[in-house]
Each structure stands twice: as structure tokens, then as C-alpha cells.
Design a protein around this ligand. Structure first.
Ligand code: ARG
Length: 253
């Protein structure tokens, strides 16, 4: 009788412990959270598809650092830039890390992290074509932009009555159009223009840079303050430890 009671007590305690462990690792503070990052992988060196098919870049390394710090499993979804905010709101992704500029329009629908990179707009043209040194040189030309970007906005505001503006969901389609002569110039973030002018012999960056003074941030759904606080803490840690500078050297050096 005594042995039986003891056995029952032991079983109850063991079952309680097991349930506790299961709770801890699946639902509690020990849970491995899956965080889905959305990006538009057409923007080297921030995010692009490597030859082996994996998505790599500066933004990916930043997201990996953040995920590692908190033990999150990082998943990456490649979505055309203009679809990123809708995907965030539809909960298909948890954060946008896509060289996304912090703007007041976007801040009405998402929350941004602290800024992590500064950029302006650059212009790509075909190699051998006359340089573009001022805005007037763009007048009368066919201008390509990526749909939903600040570059598209700038073109609409400054060139709409002087140029034909064509928006492409993906940067690589705009590049093809440029090389094929279907457009004359492509406006996109300057660091990405630099990358393409260095890696593709058919195109060069024009000397005219549109000083827009943009700052990139990571976007999350509004009100997810805990999540955003963690992202910001990880970014600050990257700045302070020098890891950020290492990434700059790796991707822009
Ligand atoms: N910085 C610009 C913007 O926020 C362009 C970003 C495009 N990003 C991309 N991954 N294609 O509108």
C-alpha cells in the first residue's frame, strides 16, 4: 500500500515535470520563435539571390544577427518590394528588412526600427551613353524605377511632366529594360547603383546623384513594441561592438 502510494506520487511529479518542460520549450520563455523576414531580393548588396539560389546580403546578415541574439529561427520570404507592407499587414511576414527607407507615409501604417543605413538615389545608364550631370539631362528620357519605392516617388514628383516613367516590380526587370534600350535611365538607391555599375560592364552610374538623404529602417506591425524593442537593442549592440562595421566592410568594402 505504501509503495503504491509512493509510486503514484512519483508518477504525478514526473508527469508534472514533463508537462512543465513541454510548456517551457513550446510555449514559454524557452520557446524557439520562428521569425519570418520579408525582403525584395533584387537589391545587391543588401539582398539578392546567390548563384546557389540562397538569399544573401547585408540585410540578411543583420537579420541573422538579430535572430541569433534571441534564439529565433529566421525564415526569409522574397516578395516584390511593393508587396512587402501588405504582406506584413496580412501576417505573412513579421518584419521587413529590405533597404526600406523610413518615410512619414510608411510610418502611418508600420513601425520602424532605429535607422541603420543612409542612402540617396543614383542613376544607371548604358555604358557609352552621354553622362547625366543634372536633372535637366533626364528630361525627355524614358525613366525606369522600382514600383513602390522612394525612387518612384521622386520621379513622379520631379519628372512626371517631362518624362515617361515606367515602374517595374523587380529591379532585375528594370535592368534588362535598360540594357535592351527600352528605358534610358534607371533611378534606384545609390549603393545599389554602385554595385551594378561595378559588376555589370554594360551599365554605368551617372555622375548626377539625387541627394534625398534617406535612412533605412526595419519595419514591423504597428504596436509590436516588445518585438521592435528587441530589434533595436540588437541593432545598437551591432553598432557598439563593431560588428556593424565588419558587415559594412564585408558588403561594401
Ligand atoms: N530605399 C528605397 C525605398 O525604401 C528602395 C528600397 C528597395 N528595396 C529592395 N529590396 N528592392 O523605397
Amino acid at each position: 500500500m505504501k509503495v503504491k502510494t509512493l509510486a503514484i506520487i512519483v508518477i504525478i511529479i514526473a508527469a508534472g515535470l514533463a508537462a512543465g518542460l513541454i510548456w517551457y520549450f513550446y510555449f514559454g520563455p524557452g520557446a524557439k520563435v520562428v521569425v519570418v523576414m520579408g525582403t525584395s531580393a533584387d537589391f545587391p548588396p543588401f539582398e539578392y539571390v546567390a548563384e546557389n539560389g540562397s538569399i544573401i546580403g547585408f540585410d540578411i546578415d543583420i537579420a541573422k544577427y538579430i535572430a541569433n541574439k534571441y534564439g529565433w529561427t529566421l525564415k526569409i520570404k522574397d516578395i516584390a518590394f511593393e508587396g512587402l507592407i501588405p504582406a506584413l499587414q496580412a501576417r505573412e511576414i513579421d518584419m521587413i528588412v529590405a533597404a526600406m527607407t523610413i518615410t512619414s507615409e510608411r510610418e502611418e501604417v508600420v513601425d520602424f526600427s532605429i535607422p541603420y543605413y543612409n542612402a540617396s538615389q543614383g542613376i544607371l545608364i548604358r555604358a557609352g551613353e552621354p553622362d547625366i550631370t543634372k536633372i535637366e539631362d533626364l528630361y525627355g528620357k524614358k525613366i525606369g524605377v522600382q514600383a513602390g519605392t522612394t525612387g518612384e516617388n521622386w520621379a513622379q514628383e520631379n519628372l512626371a511632366d517631362k518624362c515617361e516613367i515606367i515602374s517595374y516590380p523587380r529591379v532585375y526587370d528594370a535592368l534588362m529594360a535598360l540594357k535592351a534600350g527600352y528605358i534610358d535611365a534607371l533611378i534606384l538607391d545609390e549603393p545599389v547603383a554602385n554595385y551594378y555599375s561595378k559588376t555589370d560592364a554594360e551599365i554605368v552610374k551617372a555622375s548626377y546623384v539625387i541627394e534625398t538623404g534617406e535612412r533605412y529602417g526595419i519595419a514591423v506591425r504597428q504596436g509590436e513594441t516588445d518585438f521592435l524593442g528587441k530589434i533595436n537593442a540588437a541593432l545598437r549592440e551591432m553598432f557598439e561592438t563593431g560588428y556593424y562595421d565588419q558587415l559594412i566592410a564585408k558588403w561594401f568594402g
